[in-house]
Write a protein of this length. Structure first.
Length: 313
């Protein structure tokens, strides 16, 4: 599927250091079990120069989506040479999938006992084939450290930006997003893209409340207060919010506060306790708890990685 393959090249290929725009941060190489002409889901093939030996030098391996016959997505076996190559990756190599590429990782046994996602239309088939994988079909991507998966098509963009952000910080990821003309972080999960009943004309959305919340993250925000911004009951607002964004208002607020804190950790020298107040977590302990839950590291470790110095707290 050419979109899923191309987006990996586009995003990683345009990542540059901010102080030296001419220096690439990644070398992107495409390989196949059999080098040569590979058919695609479009009316053109691609020519792949490298075989699976390219995986020996890889730091990150991304498996794009496929609808090809004999692939695990259709219930067929995974080619033995591909399964062996994926299982034999050297220590420390991380593996990611775009859309139905998760079927390949699961068939190779790399997702057993782990949380993963795939396109919502393929979720039930995936669960039937791989019951030992903890499938979460509500999210745009999952991050298990060394194994990551993304939902359908464009969610691969979200995953690639997440990896770039993890490697080089929010500023570099935002620069790549601007070059590609996409948002650096999308709200919510897959639920917002699953077909829903068409709303009646004149039915309000929750967009104004979300915008207002972003402008007031430094203060406590109650569900009642957000609902009143749209002149809705709390129950109606909560339902509409989940339909539009794909998560609850509380989950969304936590993510926005973590994202705001991440930027402040990178761009300022403010202590963690001060940043906690700036983004509405109130205390440093609360910020540390939510930051670790979302990103897997403490604020101080994150700052040391992406700003180059340890901050108090």
């Amino acid at each position: 599927m050419p979109l899923e393959l191309g987006l990996v090249h586009q995003l990683f290929g345009t990542a540059r250091t901010l102080d030296d725009p001419g220096r690439r941060l990644y070398d992107v190489v495409t390989c196949a079990a059999e080098p040569g002409v590979v058919s695609t889901g479009a009316d053109f093939p691609i020519r792949v120069a490298h075989g699976l030996e390219a995986l020996h030098d890889a730091g990150t391996v991304v498996v794009p989506a496929t609808h090809a016959p004999r692939q695990p997505e259709t219930g067929g076996p995974l080619a033995p040479e591909l399964a062996s190559a994926l299982r034999s990756l050297r220590q420390g190599v991380r593996v990611a999938s775009v859309c139905t590429g998760a079927f390949v990782l699961a068939a190779a046994g790399l997702l057993d006992g782990r949380r993963a996602t795939t396109h919502w239309q393929s979720a039930e088939h995936f669960r039937a084939l791989f019951p030992h994988v903890e499938l979460d079909a509500d999210v745009l991507y999952t991050d298990e450290g060394d194994v990551l998966t993304s939902a359908g098509e464009a969610a691969g963009i979200d995953l690639c930006l997440h990896l770039i952000r993890r490697d080089h910080g929010a500023a570099v990821a935002a620069d790549v997003a601007r070059r590609t003309v996409v948002p650096p972080h999308r709200e919510g999960g897959q639920a917002q893209y699953i077909p829903q009943p068409i709303p009646r004309p004149g039915v309000a959305s929750t967009g104004r409340a979300r915008q207002w919340a972003l402008e007031h993250l430094d203060r406590p925000l109650s569900l009642h207060e957000l609902a009143s911004r749209e002149s809705m009951s709390v129950r109606t607002f909560t339902r509409r919010f989940r339909e539009e964004v794909g998560c609850s208002p509380a989950q969304w607020l936590t993510r926005q506060r973590v994202e705001r804190a991440r930027g402040l950790l990178e761009e300022t020298d403010r202590p963690v306790d001060v940043i906690a107040g700036d983004v509405g977590f109130g205390t440093g302990a609360s910020l540390r708890q939510h930051f670790r839950a979302v990103l897997g590291v403490s604020p101080s470790v994150y700052r040391a990685t992406f700003r180059g110095g340890m901050a108090p707290g």
